[in-house]
Design a protein around this ligand. Structure first.
Ligand SMILES: [Zn+2]
Length: 482
């Protein structure tokens, strides 16, 4: 059919629209022309090149994964099945201080190695990385953060100390290049060895550079255990002194003795929201996942190994079992497995619910796409919030769940005309069955697609349908609107 003779390229009919704003659902047809939503309303008489019957289904804005480590995945697995199969149409990359650029000639120290080994760190500038993404685009959109630990690894001979004034100057130059090449801000991972000894002042100086470029600051805070309240204070201080909007990454309280501390952190954040821009993201599980660090093993109820370079056969096994078989101490078993990753069972369901229900909390998977046996959050986060927490547990209405995945992150990250279903917005959409949607990925079988997601459209083009990815790769690098 010649598209000039039709009104729409794609017409979704009979849908129940959840527009992302939190407003109550309503029945409507949705017409798409090129990469935009052309009309919403009673459109069933209008001609369209392709029609999709969505009776009994929800049509919502595509989900924005507020917290990812997909910097390399968009290059090595551009179909991005783990994400588009959940209805995700945009990922925010470069979190926790870790971005793939700018860094070359480096054996990436943990946790930078979550993205891959030395050969993957081959972009001397963010511009080079963006060129490669644009030449070989993924199925979904991305908004990039520049990682503080990546900057440190690029300019410092050792990372267990504060950066000198000269090193901060060099990092600032690289950060400026990254922001001018399209990054929407900077992330830190102050809990990790490469940045733990970076003082608040160092972060404030770099965050002020981010502020000058209209960017945002996200942080895996220095302490998510007994020091979590102080860490929230430090984060708020950085936001205030640098005059930059902040996002607290994967907010949680780890370790049994720290359960319930969200009763202190959340009111602190709510109070700060009256005077500064601060938000948080959260994933819907009570186990965390990152690199294997011996120091972190003790605080967890149990630890599951997700990958190990020298011992790939240990992926998916309990650390304690491996340690027992080896007759080794925690330290020496962890040492023998390095480099390695792990899942730590160490959070409380009540804290998790409090954070999920917090005003304007965003959903971020924090999925680790290169782990041999990944945490199920990589494939299950968004359907789990919609199916388990909204439908089954009734923690909030579906409209609120969708809002936390769409218009809230679009507004926090400055993604213009995204995250909302209205005429003129980009046609990033997901069609799902509200009664069937649920996560299927488990800790035992983590790389499983979720039932209930029927169609996913990015910039007007289907990237997921009939339970499988299409060949389309319409993803774009999104910049931050002022
Ligand atoms: Zn993190």
């Amino acid at each position: 059919m010649n598209t000039n003779t039709v009104e729409f390229d794609t017409l979704i009919t009979g849908a129940t629209v959840v527009d992302g704003s939190g407003a109550k659902r309503s029945k409507a047809d949705v017409g798409i022309k090129r990469d935009r939503i052309a009309a919403i309303g009673d459109l069933c008489e209008t001609k369209a090149a392709s029609r999709i019957d969505a009776s009994g289904r929800i049509v919502a804005p595509g989900f924005i994964d507020a917290h990812t480590h997909d910097d390399r995945a968009v290059l090595s697995t551009p179909q991005m099945a783990a994400k588009v199969s959940q209805g995700v149409t945009t990922v925010v990359t470069g979190n926790c201080g870790v971005s793939l650029a700018p860094l070359v000639d480096c054996d990436p120290p943990p946790p930078l190695n979550l993205l891959g080994g030395r050969t993957w760190f081959r972009f001397s500038s963010m511009g080079e990385y963006v060129d490669e993404v644009r030449n070989n685009p993924p199925a979904l959109n991305m908004a990039m953060l520049c990682g503080h630990s990546t900057l440190r690894a690029g300019v410092m001979d050792r990372l267990d100390r504060p950066a000198s004034a000269k090193e901060i100057g060099l990092m600032t130059q690289r950060l400026e290049e990254a922001l001018e090449s399209g990054c929407i801000g900077m992330s830190t991972g102050l809990a990790y060895p490469p940045a733990f000894n970076a003082p608040t002042d160092e972060v404030v100086e770099l965050a002020a550079c981010v502020a000058r470029h209209g960017g945002i600051y996200t942080t895996h805070m220095r302490n998510e255990r007994e020091g979590v309240v102080d860490s929230v204070r430090e984060t708020l201080e950085i936001g205030e002194r640098a005059n930059v909007p902040v996002v607290i990454s994967h907010h949680k309280c780890c370790g049994k003795e720290n359960f319930g501390l969200t009763k202190k952190t959340l009111p602190l954040i709510a109070e700060a929201r009256k005077r500064q821009q601060v938000n948080l993201d959260v994933y819907p599980y009570t186990a965390s996942s990152t690199v294997l660090l011996a120091d972190w093993v003790g605080g967890a109820e149990k630890v599951l190994v997700t990958w190990s370079e020298p011992h790939p056969e240990c992926a998916g096994r309990l650390f304690e079992e491996i340690r027992g078989e080896w007759g080794a101490s925690v330290e020496s078993a962890a040492e023998r497995l390095q480099p390695a990753g792990a899942i730590y069972y160490q959070m409380d369901e009540a804290d998790l619910r409090r954070v999920l229900a917090f005003e304007d909390a965003m959903i971020g998977s924090d999925g680790l796409p290169h782990d041999a046996h990944p945490h199920p959050r990589l494939w299950g986060t968004f359907p789990r919030v919609l199916g388990h927490y909204a439908r089954e547990q009734k923690l909030f209405p579906l409209e609120q769940a969708v809002r936390r995945m769409t218009s809230v992150p679009a507004s926090v990250f400055g993604l213009k005309d995204r995250g909302t279903l209205r005429e003129g917005a980009y046609a990033d959409l997901v069609v799902f069955d509200p009664d069937a949607i649920i996560d299927a990925a488990t800790f035992e079988s983590p790389t499983v697609t979720s039932p209930g997601i029927e169609m996913v459209i990015v910039n007007g083009r289907p990237v997921w349908q009939h339970g499988d990815g299409t060949d389309a790769r319409p993803g774009r690098v999104l910049s931050r609107a002022a």
